[in-house]
Design a protein around this ligand. Structure first.
Ligand code: NAD
Length: 291
């Protein structure tokens, strides 16, 4: 590190709370070092109370940018100059780019999801997606999929505090993109089966499958899957979820969420540096496998 950091090194941050557990600093710094880029990436404990000052600091220090995570993703737009179309539609920002004092907010989670599909030779453009979820990850995927050209999206969610967000996402997709979206109650399993049967890809973007909902699945049993259906679980801890095991038993091609995690970081890296991460190298050192 002593060899790498000089008076010219530019700083990139990560503003969130809590954040000490994050793997983003290791991932981003490995990629900068591999490509010989003169940036350093550090995590800062920033919550909603200190966010405005932190963004002012980013400007004052002429930092190249920052990642933003919870609880700041849906708040930080207030302090920025411009938003990408996806960030505007999602109502969330996870990446800030500072171009000579002009701050633009982007959301790279959905870009990362779509890039991970492409990297795994899955082409969803012009096809139908059924997806469970209406939170941060799901909304970013739904908006980006619609912007990129997925033809139809059927969204399922339980009637919790995220339901209204799903209503708003469906309305935005139907009015602002060429994709056709609809919302259904996740408790209506007949409808879920019907929509999955007419879809090319099925995505779980809820917290189901991950602690504290480990061992659970949004899909009740394997009769919901057919071998041609692509099945993606966005949660990646544990890597092997109940839902993916069931889908594999039927013969479906499945994917975990590690690719989305890698490619959302790569998309942010590219926004700051103009180049994507060295993907194959990153997969190797982070031990990222889709299966
Ligand atoms: P969130 O809290 O914003 O949203 C949670 C979602 O889960 C909502 O749709 C909610 O309705 C649903 N949900 C919660 N409990 C449920 C239950 N009992 N039954 C059915 N649905 C339920 O969370 P998020 O940030 O969107 O994260 C969702 C999942 O995606 C998490 O497992 C997270 O780890 C994962 N994630 C992965 C990546 C990646 O890069 N692969 C990125 C972000 C999030």
């Amino acid at each position: 590190m002593a060899e790498r950091i000089t008076g010219h090194t530019e700083l990139i941050g990560l503003m969130a709370y809590p954040i000490r557990h994050s793997s983003s600093p290791a991932m981003q710094n490995e990629a900068f070092a591999k490509l010989g880029y003169d940036y350093a990436y550090l995590a800062f404990e920033v919550d909603n109370d200190t966010l405005e000052d932190a963004v002012k600091g980013l400007r004052a220090l002429k930092m190249r940018g920052s990642n933003v995570s919870m609880p700041n993703k849906t708040v930080v737009h207030k302090y920025l100059d411009e938003l990408s179309p996806a960030a505007e539609l999602c109502g969330a920002v996870n990446t800030i780019v500072n171009d000579n004092g002009h701050l633009t907010g982007h959301i790279t989670d959905g870009i990362g999801f779509m890039a991970s599909l492409k990297d795994n030779d899955i082409d969803v453009i012009g096809r139908k997606m059924t997806i469970c979820g209406a939170g941060g990850a799901a909304t970013a995927i739904e908006i980006q999929a619609a912007l990129d050209g997925v033809s139809e999206i059927s969204i399922f969610n339980i009637h919790d505090e995220f339901w209204d967000r799903a209503v708003s996402t469906v309305e935005k997709i139907n009015t602002k993109t060429n994709c056709k979206a609809a919302l259904y109650d996740l408790d209506d399993k007949d409808k879920l089966k019907e929509e999955m049967d007419s879809s090319y890809i099925f995505v779980n973007a809820t917290g189901v499958g991950m602690k504290p909902l480990e061992g659970m699945s949004v899909v009740p049993d394997k009769s919901f899957f057919r071998p041609e259906l692509i099945v993606v679980d966005v949660p990646y801890s544990p890597l092997e979820t109940k839902m993916r095991s069931m889908a594999k038993e039927v013969g479906c091609k499945t994917m975990n969420g590690l690719g989305m995690m890698l490619f959302q970081g790569s998309a942010a890296f590219e926004l700051w540096t103009g180049e994507p991460m060295p993907i194959e190298y990153m997969k190797e050192i982070l031990n990222i496998k889709y299966e």
